[in-house]
Design a protein around this ligand. Sequence first.
Ligand SMILES: [Zn+2]
Length: 279
Amino acid sequence: MVYITNHNADLIIENIDISKLNLEGSLFKNRNLFIFSKREVKRLLAYKSFMANSKDLVGVYKKIEMPTDKYEYLTYYNKPAYHSKADCSLLNSAFITYKIPEKIRQKGEESCKIFRLWFKKNRELLQEDEKTFYALLKSKFGVDELEKQSLENSGIQVFTDLTLEQIEQQLDKLINEANDYFFNSNHKPVLSLFLRRLYLANPTSIIPKEEIEKAGIKMTDVEIKKILAEFRDKYKNPITRLLKYYYRTKYNPELKYNENILEQLGFVPCKECCSKRQL
Ligand SMILES: [Zn+2]
């Protein structure tokens, strides 16, 4: 069993072809979570199944595609990695790299590749003798300084201080609050119409005029978007996050994953912790 970041676990589920999925069951106890669309329910059930390491998802997994290299940073990984150690620095701490200076980027990909290679060879020099490093950098690339960049890592643990029981209580409370808000709100007509389409709150989305008129709602698009965004931020997104956390804690408390499945999905062993592994 090996470890991956929460972000990569999300990517695996996002990549699944939902139409091929035939999962059943409830999301949380026997609560009626009508705020989720069928699609969203399927995706959450897929997440639950993945955490439980069940066989339900075999055949629907898709290879993880990493974003293309934009030559923004010195480091770029074209494949996601799994880790053999839970305390691997690449898994937990914010990852420090450098930006490729604009001057070099402007010259094109080839220059960036040469710069990356040069940096790799001179990495130790930067630590041992910074002055000489920057002199070399200046003479070779005409660059005076390098900008450090800390890339956030989603880690393997997020809400570590909660027990399963506490998560359940929070979920129950939040679901009750969402229901109260929905049934007692003046905005019920708008919410009933678009509850499962909260993406309509996005600035670029278009509110379907016909549906609004048919439901007799007299509000501007801006007002409607505000209501939807509020419901999304206060209830739907927090419930989604908490549900995922609940599945992780309940089914995969050590956050370990099956290495064979991960390799089929294009994951490679982490260079930092897996090469030192004792087999
Ligand atoms: Zn590692």
